[in-house]
Design a protein around this ligand. Structure first.
Ligand code: NI
Ligand code: MN
Length: 226
């Protein structure tokens, strides 16, 4: 599965010829200044929660590529009020079969207000099942016992976990999360973007290695095969 990292919590995967983009935050991300938002095309934009650092470029990308926004009911409704007609509302525990694969919206422990102060529902994460790979994007979250349910829902090929600490899990908790979800290949996100979440990359990789797991840190703008 082709995986492209756009910085912070934003990445895209290609499944059955469809481009699935998560949590676009590029324009205001100093580290992603070489990424051109106007060049990004998506068939679906999946948003884990309403915070600015996850939704800032969603409207523009949705408009320029006629994408469908998939998120919780409150967030999809907020985008519809701004003229983004194509939306698919979900809520926690629910699954839906899309044309690229099945998506399940699962719990995250965090907060979720939209950039203008509108209530953004409760934050979540996604499990994406496909013929190719099945993965979990935890979204912004603390380590939570709910993650122990994930192996009952899916056998994961990889997972995208926040590792930056302060606003989300840090490395130490993310290693435990990787155990809970029974996944040995972790892609790190939500680190380095702001002063509060700068991390030591080598120490982070080492912590996962010690637990018999692999931490993949993808350069911004880079596409890898997962
Ligand atoms: Ni957040
Ligand atoms: Mn965030």
């Amino acid at each position: 599965m082709k995986f492209t990292f756009y910085g912070h919590a934003c990445f895209a995967v290609e499944i059955n010829g469809k481009n699935i983009l998560f949590d676009p935050f590029i324009t205001h991300n100093e580290l992603a200044k070489d990424i051109k938002v106007e060049d990004i095309r998506a068939d679906y934009i999946l948003l884990t929660h309403g915070h600015q650092d996850h939704v800032a470029d969603a409207a523009q990308i949705a408009k320029q590529s006629d994408a469908t926004i998939v998120s919780n009911f409150e967030i999809v409704s907020w985008f519809q009020q701004q003229g983004i007609e194509k939306g698919h509302p979900m809520n926690h525990g629910g699954s839906w079969q899309f044309d690229f694969g099945k998506v399940k919206y699962v719990n995250a422990v965090h907060s979720s207000v939209l950039p203008d102060g509108t209530y953004g529902g409760n934050p979540g994460g996604f499990i994406v099942y496909s013929d190719d790979k099945t993965f979990y994007n935890a979204g912004d979250t603390a380590l939570t016992l709910d993650m122990q349910l994930i192996p009952r829902f899916a056998k994961l090929d990889f997972a995208v976990l926040p590792i930056g600490d302060n606003f989300t899990m840090g490395v130490e908790d993310a290693v435990i999360a990787a155990d809970f979800i029974e996944c040995n290949k972790i892609v790190g996100m939500h680190y380095d973007t702001f002063g509060y979440i700068k991390i030591d990359h080598d120490a982070a990789r080492e912590a996962f290695n010690k637990a018999g797991k692999e931490l993949v840190l993808v350069n911004i703008g880079e596409t890898i095969d997962l």
